[in-house]
Design a protein around this ligand. Structure first.
Ligand code: NAD
Length: 244
């Protein structure tokens, strides 16, 4: 018996990193998992190796969101778990943040989550089974993080949208929560953890190690499953104690 037997999950940015770990764990727990990304070759490979399906989905595109969710519902009859994981991080202090970086970060990290929730929630309401929406924010969506003006803005937006939307969707049996990873070893943080600043950051954590994608996937599974059936509108931090 898996914790997600009979459930259908869509994961954005699932070709690698945290999204791929979430796909693996959801699948192992019995879900039908649709991995989506813009990295099609890697996405096909990841999905194939895990027994998941793959769809191209650029989260900034309203049309692609509609097509992906329609496709999932046409083939599986329902959508139970929407894992909004896709994101980018282009470190820059305010004075050095190009407008293009601001716009791209907002489009992917913030508008992408908005479009996903709007499209996914409609499908969940129509199917009538309730559901769980999980949004990936960051500790940068809970505190100011030096050198991340655009990124922090979008992750705070995700924290806020999660709380707001949870109040609106509760009556449909849809729960909405956010995950706030700390420092996780993925392509996103490649090279950032080897220098003095990176080491210092880890050293001031109560749990002195870099996090793994699997650490985040465990929280995602909790939020996707009925074990969290009384949790909504909440921020769940997985960061070795970095944010305190
Ligand atoms: N790694 C960390 O330390 C860390 C910390 C806090 C939060 N996060 C958040 O965790 C999430 C996952 O990041 P990760 O660490 O696995 O990094 P990652 O770079 O390995 O994965 C991000 C995925 O998002 C995809 N993506 C980018 N733009 C997209 C778009 N327009 N449409 C669809 N997919 C797109 C990428 O192709 C990639 O597969 C992100 O939201 C990130 O902001 C990461």
């Amino acid at each position: 018996m898996g914790e997600l037997d009979g459930r259908v999950a869509l994961i954005t940015g699932g070709a690698r990193g945290q999204g791929a770990a979430e796909a693996a764990l959801f699948r192992r727990e019995g879900a039908t998992v649709v991995v989506t990304d813009v990295l099609d070759e890697q996405g096909e490979r990841t999905a194939g190796s895990l027994g998941c399906e793959y769809l191209h989905l650029d989260v900034t595109s309203e049309e692609q969101w509609q097509a992906a969710v329609d496709d999932v519902v046409d083939r599986h009859g329902r959508l139970d778990v929407l894992m909004n994981n896709a994101g980018i991080f282009k470190p820059a202090q305010l004075l050095n943040t190009p407008t293009e970086v601001w716009d791209q970060t907002v489009a992917i990290n913030q508008t992408g989550v908005f479009l996903g929730m709007r499209t996914g929630a409609k499908a969940m309401i129509e199917a009538g089974n309730g559901g769980s929406i999980i949004n990936t924010s960051s500790v940068a969506g809970l505190e100011g993080v030096f050198g991340s003006t655009a990124y922090g803005a979008t992750k705070w937006a995700v924290t806020g949208m999660t709380r707001t939307v949870a109040k609106e969707l509760g009556k449909h049996g849809i729960r909405v929560n956010s995950i706030h990873p700390g420092v996780i070893a993925t392509d996103m943080t490649e090279g950032m953890l080897d220098d003095e600043r990176g080491r210092k950051m880890i050293d001031r954590q109560p749990i002195r190690r870099v996090g793994t994608s699997e650490d985040i996937a465990e929280m995602a599974l909790f939020l996707a499953s009925d074990r969290s059936s009384y949790c909504t509108g909440q921020a769940f931090t997985v960061d070795g104690g970095l944010h305190g």
